[in-house]
Ligand binder design. Sequence first.
Ligand code: SF4
Ligand code: SF4
Length: 306
Amino acid sequence: MEANHLKENLRKCSRCAICAEVCPIFHIKKNEVSLTRGKFTQLLGVLNGDLKFSKKIKKNLNLCLNCGKCQSFCPSNIDAVKIFANFKYKNLSKLERFLSSEFIFKLKMLPFNVFKRKYKEKEGEIHFFGCISSYKNDFKCCAMPYLSKGRLDVYEKLMTHNIKMASDPKIKKIIFSCATCYDTFKKYPLPRTIEEKLYFEPELKIPNKPFTYHKPCHMSDETYSKINETLKRSENYIPLPAQECCGFGGDFFLSHPIITLKLMMKKRKQIKKTGAKKVLTSCPVCSFGLLAGKILGGFIEAFYKE
Ligand code: SF4
Ligand code: SF4
């Protein structure tokens, strides 16, 4: 994004503070710079030449789960994740570039290869499982992990590749089971012919005991309400009173473990209150976060007071 385009977007912020109601980071930190609006004010200051892009501003930008919740609720529909990525991209150090490279990402994903699944695809159908489950076909990562790190170059490269693959006329249906991949793909500049091929079909195994459902932050409300319709058909379904972030957001937990821990424990508390014996979700990273909450939670609860 050019500086003028960035400024134009940042000026759309009316400072209404609706993002304060939904931003998981703001709920924990409760200060202006942790909020979308506060970050925007600083970035506009940088573009206007009133502020220097300092380490502190960079730190504030990294204090974000890239969940996109602020955009879904923002009356001006400002894409904060894209804006932050533009500033990060221009200010990446050599080490940060290396750590956010495809090589390192693939290395980090290696342990998850145990989850590789085999799937019989029907003719004309492709399953886009996402990075944790493997790429069975010629598609590549949806590129959200790179966007969140500010690697716009890798994001553009992978996005261009995936659009090219999706435009194959032999492919009639692309099925996603991860909400983040689906949402990221849908945000590509896609022609209608490709948009119509995209389907979100989560693998929900409805249990025979009380269960609840965790909505991944990237899942649109429209998709969530469709899933809710399916879940509500089961008498064992207990909806969560509020759908809050599990705290993991890619590898955010590695750089901000305390915030992740607080969000994880908050989530665990909400789940426990429902009395559910099982939690379903539609994102592999959220599954990992919820599992961590379940295993570590009891142990941490003995020491942790919110
Ligand atoms: S919701 Fe949007 S317009 Fe309102 S303060 Fe937040 S970023 Fe600005
Ligand atoms: S993307 Fe999520 S964590 Fe980041 S500012 Fe928006 S709501 Fe907050």
